[in-house]
Ligand binder design. Structure first.
Ligand code: UGA
Length: 444
């Protein structure tokens, strides 16, 4: 750690906070991670990452070995220790209005501020409605013994689950929302090893930094729903959305990333972020500017309903008593996260319609079982496919892509499959005698 390096705290050791604390400790900073959940910090301190993230357990081992990463439940200790404090707590959807629940963010900022008696920067990383940082600045400076020597900054996080370590060590960009050159200097010092890797830095005001995050996620969600809207049109015309997407992707102004049609987006970010953004825009009187986000959300939900329809069609029109094998539960592969998971939404709807649903996922079974004990779970793809009337692929795990149509055929009662993620080779499966269906594709 260079002599001038600030000491860091990370408040909230969920997905984002744990990754940030672990990676910055490995990069050479002295880091104190804070959480109110004693069980969580005990696990982390013992070297156990409480969620599935490739590469992170190895990084945690390194961080602990270095002696630079420690844990506490005490905000007073954090205030005494740190120069730059990162707030990484969640902002879940509060209610049906789509508004974000800011109670954890407010509690972290105010709880810390009360103990700050020397200059410090509190950096928000959580995704918040634009205007939150300005509101928190007033609150924090009022509460902190150090007054206006405590500054608020915003540093939105763009990491993807499954690539958390890579995205933290080499992010596509760093965005620093700051109110003074001093806060900018502190942030630059807190990210020096990352900046040294030629990562671009955008320095801006607080409101812009808050907006960058929701604007980025809204764009990604819109891109996915755009191609899924095209899938709906394809279905009505006999066209093929896979060929359509492939052809669009050659135009590098459009690009093929996030243009994969299928069951659509889920997870703890994209769905809630577009709803919270639409809600915030309404509050600000500019709801019309982003009213398309409600359409993006509606298109996305229709994909789930349409997947259920396809399964019903394949099952002969009636789901009651039909045996359905669901491959996948996580909202995306290489994750055990089931928040707003399209896969489980489909599985639960099928179950509700009377189907005998069996679910398998390589990483998310534990979480799925806890959240939805009413579903039946199996130990592998072939296991859940035993005697199935229809197989439906809902999360594109690598091991599902590699399934051999011949081997699966021996397990099932009927060779019928819905590929909810467009990852299987349709020609190969059809040649093996399967009735293969996918959203937005027609096979005569
Ligand atoms: C997303 C953003 O990609 C990150 O940049 C951001 O930091 C993060 O949210 C966040 O706000 O914290 P993540 O939720 O990990 O990251 O997942 P993505 O890889 O973006 O996938 C989101 C969903 O879109 C998944 O359900 C995925 O299956 C779906 N998707 C993605 C598609 O349906 N089609 C695509 O072409 C791409």
């Amino acid at each position: 750690q260079p002599r001038s390096a600030p000491r860091l705290t990370v408040i909230g050791t969920g997905y984002l906070g744990a990754t940030h604390a672990i990676c910055t400790a490995v990069l050479g900073y002295e880091v104190l991670a804070v959480d109110v959940d004693a069980a969580k910090i005990e696990k982390l301190a013992a070297g156990e990452v409480p969620f599935f993230e490739p590469g992170l357990p190895e990084m945690l081992a390194k961080a602990l070995e270095s002696g630079r990463l420690r844990f506490t439940a005490d905000l007073a200790e954090a205030a005494a220790f740190g120069d730059v404090h990162f707030v990484c707590v969640g902002t879940p959807q509060a209610d049906g209005s789509g508004a974000a629940d800011l109670s954890y963010v407010d509690a972290a900022f105010t709880g810390l501020a009360r103990h700050l008696d020397r200059p410090a920067v509190i950096v928000g990383k959580s995704t918040v409605p634009v205007g939150t940082a300005a509101r928190l600045t007033a609150l924090v400076q009022d509460l902190a013994p150090a007054g206006t020597d405590v500054e608020v900054a915003w540093n939105p996080e763009f990491l993807r689950e499954g690539f958390a370590v890579e995205d933290t060590l080499r992010p596509s960009r760093l965005v620093f929302g700051v109110a003074s050159p001093w806060a900018e200097e502190r942030l630059r010092a807190a990210f020096a090893p990352v900046i040294a890797e030629d990562v671009p830095v955008v320095v801006t005001d607080l409101a812009t930094a808050e907006l960058v995050k929701v604007a980025a996620n809204s764009f990604l969600a819109t891109k996915i729903s755009y191609i899924n809207a095209m899938a709906e049109v394809c279905e009505a015309t006999g066209a093929d959305v896979k060929d359509l997407a492939d052809a669009l992707a050659f135009d590098d102004r459009i690009g093929g990333r996030f243009l994969k049609p299928g069951l659509g987006f889920g997870g703890g970010c994209l769905p809630k972020d577009i709803r919270a953004f639409a809600h915030r825009a309404d509050e600000l009187g500019v709801g019309q500017a982003v009213s398309f986000l409600r359409e993006v959300d509606a298109i996305n939900r229709r994909r789930r309903a349409r997947t259920v329809d396809l399964v019903r069609e394949l099952a002969g029109g009636d789901l009651d008593g039909a045996r359905i094998a669901c491959l996948g539960a996580a909202f995306k592969p290489d994750s055990d996260d089931i928040r707003d998971a399209p896969a489980l939404d489909v599985a639960r709807t099928l179950h509700g319609l009377g189907a005998r649903v069996r679910v398998y996922d390589p990483a998310a079974l534990g979480n799925a079982r806890r959240a939805f004990p009413e579903l039946d779970y199996g130990t592998g793809a072939l296991d859940v496919a035993r005697d199935a009337d229809v197989v439906v692929l809902l999360t594109e795990w690598a091991e599902f892509r590699e399934i051999d149509p011949g081997a699966l055929a021996e397990a099932v009662a009927h060779k019928r499959i819905v590929d909810g993620r467009h990852v299987l080779d349709a020609a190969r499966w059809r040649a093996a005698g399967w009735d293969y269906r996918a959203l937005g594709r027609n096979f005569g």
